[in-house]
Ligand binder design. Structure first.
Ligand SMILES: C=CC1=C(C)c2cc3[nH]c(cc4nc(cc5[nH]c(cc1n2)c(C)c5CCC(=O)O)C(CCC(=O)O)=C4C)c(C)c3C=C
Ligand code: FES
Ligand SMILES: [Fe+2]
Length: 432
């Protein structure tokens, strides 16, 4: 099949959906696609030269903002086959397990102030990052902050509706960046959020395909993805600063011998053995923080929050603390390394259970979560700026499925996101 110029000159809007179908089926070699891509201006440019607005969508699992939301949060979580695969019985067993766990988890949220602070922090971080980006990347400004949670409000479908309300999609095109707030990629976390985003994209915008022009020219939203950032220097710096602040609270003569325990949410061994990238990426984060700290202290990476009777990746954080205390090592700092804000995992499990029950509350401490750290928010802006400049739809890694993956959802959603053509402002400048 060959392309004809009139087809490619079509502009955004209703009639062009036929065109995108034609272009999508194309087997035209890339070098020819580049030629045709230059034949149409892919996005409009306003009088200031900006190709914005750009929607910056923070994706995370979310948490219940009040104890009354715990039931819904858990029922969505146990219905997610990317996180907890229960096969054909998912719709029966999921609600049973979540109903049974709800009272216990409600108590934990009550103990940390009546809800998870993740929404407050995510909205703050996204808004502050967008303010920085407007200055750092005027060519894609204004940047508009959105939050999409997998199991709590605002859900992915709510975020999508807000995009429509704000003028994206529905024949008007526009671009959006799905920015995972999990620094390290797991198919059970970022993978699940992307599968959900892809599902709603199909439901709400139809099955449009990327076009040779780089942007969907059928009026749908063009998505690109920041899918991981485990060793970004800004992340390492932000974590390291919080560790240094906590180290400073120990007497000087003891400081260099405090053991640093980096703690990340564990994974079931079935997920590890499927080839999930998360354990290696978490280890990479830990190493980059230690490099930034110039290996000033001994350290270990340990794993927390396992649920249920199956085998999970260890050593477990709680066992590790107990074992070190038994060995006489009572100067320890716990460092959350896989969440960007506080959760029950930090405020309840680490603070109340692991540290609270250790018998050494004065010498076993926790470094602060990233929350409102200005260094961290600058890091988010740097990561976003690098992505916007890169012209990449997603990382190279995103296209590769786990060796043991049998999920059709993964196959389809990865194909979709890796196939989105995304061009940097610089590339667009050359084209238009
Ligand atoms: C990087 C972070 C996380 C990974 C990886 C992860 C994997 C994972 N989790 C479960 C099961 C549950 N997780 C639950 C809560 C929960 N999980 C994370 C983060 C990761 N999970 C957080 C931050 C939270 C708490 C949210 C908050 O607001 O506090 C729960 C619910 C709580 C409970 O019932 O104990 C479950 C269940 C699996 C099975 C899994 C990997 C496959
Ligand atoms: S489970 Fe990892 S790609 Fe599907
Ligand atoms: Fe979890």
């Amino acid at each position: 099949m060959s392309f004809r110029a009139p087809i490619l000159r079509a502009t955004k809007g209703g009639a062009s959906s036929k065109i995108s179908k034609l272009t999508a089926k194309s087997t035209t070699p890339i070098r020819h696609q580049r030629f045709f891509a230059s034949a149409i201006p892919p996005v409009t440019q306003d009088a200031t030269g900006s190709k914005g607005p750009t929607a910056m969508v923070f994706m995370n699992m979310g948490g219940p903002s009040t104890t009354a939301e715990v039931g819904d949060f858990l029922s969505r979580l146990f219905a997610d086959a990317d996180l907890i695969p229960l096969g054909r019985l998912q719709n029966y067993i999921g609600p049973l397990i979540s109903a049974r766990r709800t009272p216990k988890i409600m108590k934990q949220y009550a103990a940390i102030g009546g809800g998870s602070p993740i929404r407050k922090w995510s909205e703050y971080q996204a808004a502050e990052m967008c303010k920085l980006l407007d200055k750092m990347s005027p060519e894609t400004a204004p940047h508009k902050p959105y939050v999409a949670f997998r199991y709590a409000n605002p859900l992915t479908e709510d975020m999508y509706q807000r995009l429509f309300d704000d003028g994206f999609g529905k024949g008007r095109g526009g671009r959006a960046v799905a920015f995972t707030q999990y620094p390290q990629y797991s198919c059970s976390t970022t993978g699940s959020s992307l599968n959900e985003l892809w599902k709603w994209r199909q439901r709400l915008e139809g099955k449009s395909e990327p076009t040779v022009a780089g942007f969907a020219n059928d009026g749908t939203i063009s998505w690109s993805v920041i899918d991981r950032w485990p060793v970004h220097p800004g992340l390492a710096d932000a974590i390291a600063q919080n560790v240094e602040a906590q180290l400073a609270s120990y007497p000087e003569e003891k400081r260099k011998d405090v053991v640093l325990l980096f703690s990340a949410h564990s994974l079931p061994m079935s997920v590890v053995n499927r080839g999930d990238p998360y354990p290696a990426e978490v280890a990479a984060t830990v190493y980059s923080v230690m490099q930034r700290l110039k290996f000033s202290n001994p350290y270990r990476l340990v794993w927390q929050s396992q649920v249920g009777p199956s085998a999970w990746l260890g050593a477990q954080t709680s066992d590790t603390v107990e074992n070190y205390v038994k060995k006489g090592q009572t100067d320890l700092i716990l460092i959350p390394v896989a969440f960007t804000s506080d959760h029950i995992e930090t405020l309840y499990e680490l603070d109340e259970e692991v540290i609270g029950e250790s018998g050494h509350k004065d010498t076993i401490k926790r470094s602060e979560s990233l929350n409102g750290s200005p260094v961290f928010i600058q890091a988010l802006a740097d990561i976003a700026k690098e992505h916007l400049d890169s012209g990449m739809a997603c990382s190279k890694q995103m296209g590769l499925r786990c060796p043991g993956c049998t999920s059709e959802r993964c196959a389809e959603s990865k194909k979709f996101f890796a196939g989105q053509r995304w061009q940097s402002a610089a590339q667009l400048g050359k084209l238009s």
